[in-house]
Write a protein that binds this ligand. Structure first.
Ligand code: GLA
Length: 346
């Protein structure tokens, strides 16, 4: 869990912006519910020096000092590069400098690397394994995030090249139609995810303004059911109370962070109405009733479809309220593009 600069700031990043986001991570209460990584995405790179060492550009005067600042808040520091000669935005990539760059990142105190295919060519597995080895050689634990948009069924080999997470799709945008194509498209990938090696349906757009509150609740609920990495992608210094509530509901986050690390899947669908389920470590079940249609609808979960007995107690996770005991099925009115996210015990 953490934050990444791309979805909101794209290339408009700077040392001051990253520090302000780190500050806001604390003051907003995001850190208190588990958001930890402060990740700079593309556009921090400058040129290489005569020895080939990567230098940050003028917007980042001192990366080690920035890393120290982030660490002083007990947060973690993430950075971005490419196995190709250029990053997606045309900045300097790591091609031919993998070991040198890994050593530089470690010296700056980097804890997380997003490694984005972009201009790279050739054998993807070999390219990702090369940076894995370079990171290991530094002796510093660095989370390794593969970003190659789900090509070549990366979920089947991402862990073998050291990936802790791998993007399963192209880029998300702050748009309901794009978000649901990515999110609902994850069904079937659940057997490839588990503790330490996760499917990544891309970063969150919650709070960026392109979706309604119901749509953002759908986004957050779905990502939590998927045990997806939760990297907020909004400006943390300017959050509405609604955005903050969606990003920090502790019961919703607990589904994402459940120690069993089981990715949820679809258990029922009827046209635009869907029910998804995630088994939790304590045997209870997180269940989301989604309504992808254009008008409000009643969605019913049959207990047979989620493997609970005749009777179960139900808790509404967004409302943080017990709804009582139900027999054989549970029904709820779900707003258009919205979700009812509940937990079953029984
Ligand atoms: C690709 C990635 C994005 C972002 C940009 C940066 O499009 O998928 O997440 O990192 O590159 O240029």
């Amino acid at each position: 869990m953490g934050w990444n600069s791309w979805n909101h700031f794209e290339c408009k990043v700077s040392d001051a912006i990253i520090r302000a986001q780190a500050d806001a991570m604390i003051s907003s209460g995001m850190k208190a519910v588990g958001y930890l990584y402060v990740n700079i995405d593309d556009c921090w790179q400058g040129k290489r020096d005569a020895q080939g060492n990567i230098l940050p550009n003028e917007k980042f005067p001192d990366m080690k000092a920035l890393g120290d600042y982030i660490h002083s808040k007990e947060l973690k520091f993430g950075i971005y590069s490419s196995p190709g000669p250029k990053t997606c935005a045309g900045y300097e990539g790591s091609y031919g400098h993998e070991e040198q760059d890994a050593q530089t990142y470690a010296a700056w105190g980097v804890d997380y690397l997003k490694y984005d295919w972009c201009s790279a060519k050739g054998d993807q597995r070999a390219a990702y394994a090369k940076m894995r080895d370079a990171l290991r050689k530094t002796g510093r634990p660095i989370v390794y995030s593969l970003c190659q948009y789900g090509h070549q069924r990366v979920w089947s080999w991402g862990a073998s090249v050291g990936g802790n997470l791998w993007r399963t799709t192209g880029d998300i945008t702050d748009n309901y139609d794009r978000m649901i194509v990515i999110g609902f498209g994850q069904n079937g990938l659940e057997r490839f995810a588990g503790p330490g090696h996760w499917n990544d349906p891309d970063m969150l757009e919650v709070g960026n303004g392109g979706m309604s509150e119901d749509e953002y609740r759908t986004h957050m609920s779905l990502w939590c059911l998927l045990a997806a990495p939760l990297l907020a992608g909004n400006d943390l210094t300017k959050m509405t109370p609604a955005t903050l509530a969606i990003l920090t509901n502790p019961e919703v986050i607990a589904v994402d962070q459940d120690p069993a690390g089981i990715q949820g899947h679809r258990v029922w669908q009827e046209g635009p109405l869907e029910v998804w389920m995630k088994l939790l470590a304590d045997g209870s079940k997180a269940v989301a009733l989604f309504n992808r249609s254009g008008s409000d609808a009643v969605v019913t979960v049959s207990f047979d479809d989620i493997g609970v007995g005749d009777s179960a107690t139900v808790r509404d996770l967004w409302a943080r309220r017990d709804l009582g005991s139900f027999d054989r099925s549970f029904s709820a009115n779900v707003p258009r593009h919205g979700v009812v996210f509940i937990k079953f015990r029984g």
